[in-house]
Design a protein around this ligand. Structure first.
Ligand code: CP
Ligand code: NVA
Length: 308
């Protein structure tokens, strides 16, 4: 049994295994209905509890479909409708009860500590469906999407623009170390990666370039990525942050500085006209809808790996 909390917790070999399994399961499903189960139904008779402390469209839908395709079922819990969210039951007791009912838990949380605490008391695996610190499932889907278009990601260059100190950029830095790609982050000083993740990057020899200049961040890049300037529960002066990040908008002019066949990625939801222009996100280089679809495929093999 394994938990899937951070990309940094897994070895490069385990992460590669997950990506390759996702590719092969996806290719074995050609012409299947969207929710039809895979032939081997590895999750048959099993179920996943999904807890959302924050809103979600993709994570909610893609985990539900992933579990259906594996032959199992899901139960979605809203913290307002269960005891732990209201504070009249400890997280430990909720974890003990969930262990009796289901086979795996997926948690989207405002506090990364909840994942660690749940993980400590559950006797079944837990998957991080986004926390304030990381978003590993999204990044695994992004690696899958990148490789479907551009081949193995090792030694290729990925650029990250805008907020360099959020859950997505943290997981992307960890992925750069584990998958061995060059990551270039373009953000103003105020929003550069924090010390904790920079120390991890240094210790793990991540090929990481950080610059204030958006043009340098995207030059010769194979993939340009960005994210909402203001994340869910981001306790900042939103107006000020958007002003600070104005020059990091991904537009056609900036995309032209990347390689001609570079792709554009965004985890969604998107702030259209803020971190990216409509022309780019709706343009030919954008693979954002496939990223969303690939959440299903990446998460199926994450679930299988957790239950191994
Ligand atoms: N990308 C992503 O996690 O989307 P949701 O917030 O809709 O789940
Ligand atoms: N950084 C974003 C990602 C959303 C999927 C957020 O946390 O809101």
């Amino acid at each position: 049994m394994n938990n899937f909390i951070n990309i940094s917790d897994l070895s490069s070999k385990e992460l590669r295994f997950i990506i390759e399994e996702a590719k092969s399961r996806k290719s074995n499903r050609k012409n299947f209905n969207k929710s039809a189960p895979d032939k081997d139904k590895p999750f048959e008779g099993k179920s996943m509890a999904m807890i959302f402390e924050k809103p979600s469209t993709r994570t909610r839908m893609s985990f539900d479909i992933a579990v259906k395709q594996l032959g199992g079922s899901t139960i979605t819990l809203n913290p307002d409708g269960i005891h732990y969210g209201k504070g009249d039951e400890t997280l430990k007791d909720t974890a003990k009860v969930l262990t009796e009912y289901v086979d795996i838990v997926m948690l989207r949380t405002s506090s990364h500590k909840h994942l660690e605490e749940f993980g400590k008391y559950l006797e079944i695996p837990i998957i991080n469906g986004l926390s304030d610190e990381s978003h590993p499932c999204q990044i695994m889907s992004d690696i899958l999407t990148f490789e479907e278009t551009k081949g193995l990601i090792n030694n290729q260059t990925v650029s990250w623009l805008g907020d360099g100190n959020n859950n997505m950029s943290n997981s992307l830095i960890q992925a750069a170390g584990k998958f061995g790609f060059h990551l270039k982050i373009g953000s103003p000083k105020k929003y550069m990666p924090n010390k904790k993740i920079l120390n991890w990057a240094k210790k793990n020899n991540v090929n990481l370039t950080i610059t204030k200049k958006p043009e340098d961040a995207v030059s010769h890049s194979d993939c340009v990525m960005t994210d909402k300037w203001v994340s869910m529960n981001d306790k900042v002066n939103k107006k000020q942050k958007k002003k600070d990040l104005k020059n990091y908008q991904v537009d056609k002019k900036l995309m032209k500085l990347a390689k001609p066949d570079a792709i554009f990625m965004h985890c969604l939801p998107v702030g259209r006209g803020e971190e990216v222009t409509n022309e780019v996100i709706d343009g030919k280089q954008s693979v954002v809808w496939r990223q969303a679809l690939n959440r299903v495929h990446a998460q199926k093999s994450i679930i299988n790996w957790c239950l191994d």
